[in-house]
Design a protein around this ligand. Sequence first.
Ligand SMILES: Cc1ncc(C[n+]2csc(CCOP(=O)(O)OP(=O)(O)O)c2C)c(N)n1
Ligand SMILES: [Mg+2]
Length: 326
Amino acid sequence: MTAKQDATLRRTVLEKMYLARAFEDCISALAAEQGRLPGMQILATGQEAAAAAALALGKDDVMVTNHRSHVHLLARGADPKTLLAEIMGKESGVNHGKSGTLHLIVPEVNALMTSTVVGASPLLALGAAFAQQYKETNALTMVFFGDGAAAEGSVHEAMNMAGVWKLPLLFVCENNCWAGAQSFKEHCSAGNIASRASSYGMPGELVNGNDPDDVLNTALELASMCRDGRGPALMELTTYRMHGHGEYDKQHYVDPAEIEFWAERDPIVMFSSRLEQEGVLGEGQAEAMRREAADKVAEALKFADESPYPAPEAALEHVWASPEHI
Ligand SMILES: Cc1ncc(C[n+]2csc(CCOP(=O)(O)OP(=O)(O)O)c2C)c(N)n1
Ligand SMILES: [Mg+2]
C-alpha cells in the first residue's frame, strides 16, 4: 500500500467510525422512546475501531457477524437508510422489516448473515469459506464474534475444521471485556483468546482493538495470508462495550471507574486527533466528517420514519429462498 492509499484508507476508517457512532446514538435515543423500535437494541458504542477490520475486505469477500453488528455492516458499505428502516421494522428495510436489528442480512455488501445465536457465526462462516475454497475463488470470509462466544463449543469446532481444511477464514474476536453481565475474568480461564490459535495450527494476533491503525494493519496482513491459501487466522481486538449489553441494561454491575477508564480511550477521539497531528486531516476536517455522518443519519431517520410498516399479507414474503436462488 502506498502512503497516499494508506491516508485515504485511514480517512475512510474514521468516516465509518463517525457514521457508526452517529447511527447508534440515534438508535439509543429512539430506544428510550416508547414504541419506536421493536425488540432489544444491542450497540457497539466504543468498539468502532472494528470498522477497520471490515475495511480490510475486498469486494468479493464475505462477512458474517453477530448480534453487535452495526459497525461491521456500515463499514462494509451497508446503506444507513435501509439499515435503520430495517431496525425500525419498516417495509423499506434491507430485509423488508422482517429481521429487525438482530438478524440483519445485507446481500449488496456480501454480509451473509447476522446471527444472534452466540457462537453460531463462526460455523456459518466456515461453510462460506469452504465454498470459497471449493470454487477456487480468491476470496475470504471474515467472521466477527465476542469473547463470550469464544467459550462455545461451536467456535472451537469451527476453528479446528478451518485449520484442518486450511480454509480462507479470518476469525475476528472482539473482546469487549463483558459477555452479558459476566466479566471476561468470570467466563474465560485464559488471559486472552488469541493464544488459542496455535491449538488449531493458525496464526493468532492480539491487537489493541481501540486503535484502528493496529486493527487495519493486522487485518490486512492476515487477510492476505488467508487469500494466499495459507489457511485461517485469528485476531483478537481488545476493546470495551461502553453501553450495557442492550439499551435496557444500565450496567449496575460495572464499576463506574472502569467505564471512565475506557471513556478516556475513546477510539474516535484518539484516532481523529492522531490523524490531525500527522497532517492526514487538515484543520476542521474531522469535525466536518462528524457533521456529515450526523447528516447522513438524520436523512436515514427521515427515510425510515416516512416508510410504512410491511402489510400483514406480506408476512410470508421474503422469508424462504425462491427456487432460483438455491
Ligand atoms: C447460544 C446462546 N446462548 C446465550 C445467548 C444469550 N446471549 C446473547 S448475547 C450474550 C453474550 C455474548 O457475549 P459476547 O460473545 O462476549 O458478545 P458481546 O455481547 O459482548 O458483544 C448472551 C449470553 C444467546 N443469544 N445464544
Ligand atoms: Mg463480549
